[in-house]
Design a binder for this molecule. Sequence first.
Ligand code: PLP
Length: 422
Amino acid sequence: MTEKLAIKGGRRTIPEGAIKKWPPIDDVDRKMVMEALEGNVLTTGPNCQALQEEFAVWNGNRYAITTNSGTGALHMCVAACGCGAGDEVIVPAYSWSSSATCILHHNAIPVFVDIDFDTMNIDVDRIEAAITPRTKAIIVVHLHGLAVDMERVTDVARRHGLKVIEDACQAHGATFKGKKVGTWGNCAAFSLNQNKCFCSGEGGMFVTDDEDLQEKAKQLWSFGETRTPVEDRDYHAYALGWMYRNNEIIAAFGRAQLTKLDGYLEAQKANAQRMTECLRGVPHLLLPAEPEGFEHDWYNYTIRFDMKALGHEEDAAAFRDEIMKALQAEGVQTAVWQRFILPAMTVFRAKNGYGKGCPWSCPHAAPVDYSPDNFPVAQKHADSHTGMTTPLRAPNGPEVAELVAKAFGKVMKNVDQLEDLE
Ligand SMILES: Cc1ncc(COP(=O)(O)O)c(C=O)c1O
């Protein structure tokens, strides 16, 4: 039956206000934030200390350092792993920009590896071919909350003497073979920004089980000093330092949210499961996978459109945008997460991070090839996906997943109505 799409003047599927905002705020958050605000310390203090201890316990790490962003925590990983001038670090060709710019932050050179279409994660089969005598580390990104096959990655790393850094910014609670992300590599970074499953507004977490890496990361975190602000500082910069510390108000909010995180993640899994059940059978959708042995955290429920079947392989990104606008008109909060693959971003294309060609012109560096044509799978993914975060999050329940799936069904069954859009 033909139904007029909302974008064509039909009735929208999801009523205004049906999707609740993220994250839910309750009296636990209010109490802890107000207590922090009224305390004596606003900078790094007891809440920061407690947050990192509580997160280390929650994730199963020996050490955690609370930071003001996931990007700061990633930079700490790169530095702690000893990556420096001219060293190469392997990273997937599709991710958030700072999964790769964190490598530049320490004067090292990103080497991109294409992704696997099904998992959307780095194609582990291609990692070995990207290793050179200058390779120091592999950054894996557990994209959208699906873990990378860490047994295979750590095996490659062990054989080549490389460090493994986990970008777990999107993957709180995700597991591979029952073991949480952030406990597989040498160290890992989490983000706690507004959109993340564990949210404190902004913020991040560096984690490791290695005391030496923890010491190196801590030095970079606070001005190159060896003592933290809660210790007796000598205010001496022993090494190159940044300022990636967190503060008490954010940390108190993070601690409040952490008490609710397991419940949020359970709700998210149930919602994702319902979404998948309802979307099965909707034409031309490629639904996200959760292979055997992997437990997704469903940070982002990412759907690809089958552009070949739709007859839009040539103008995939433009047609995807039309479908997305039609979904948005039906009330679905969906968006393209990253439209550009990393090697196509100007910061890498221009090879001029610090000016004068640095760090690529460093005498210790060798040429690297960032031609986007080398990463066709990442490009296909970038051009054909749309994703959702808030509709799957608490306090939204399975009824929201059902509504979203209904809207997808309506748009995809009437997709011919989009063909004549300007
Ligand atoms: C995969 C990935 N890596 C790194 C980051 C950076 O985290 P932050 O925004 O906390 O710096 C993000 C955040 O969006 C991310 O999604």
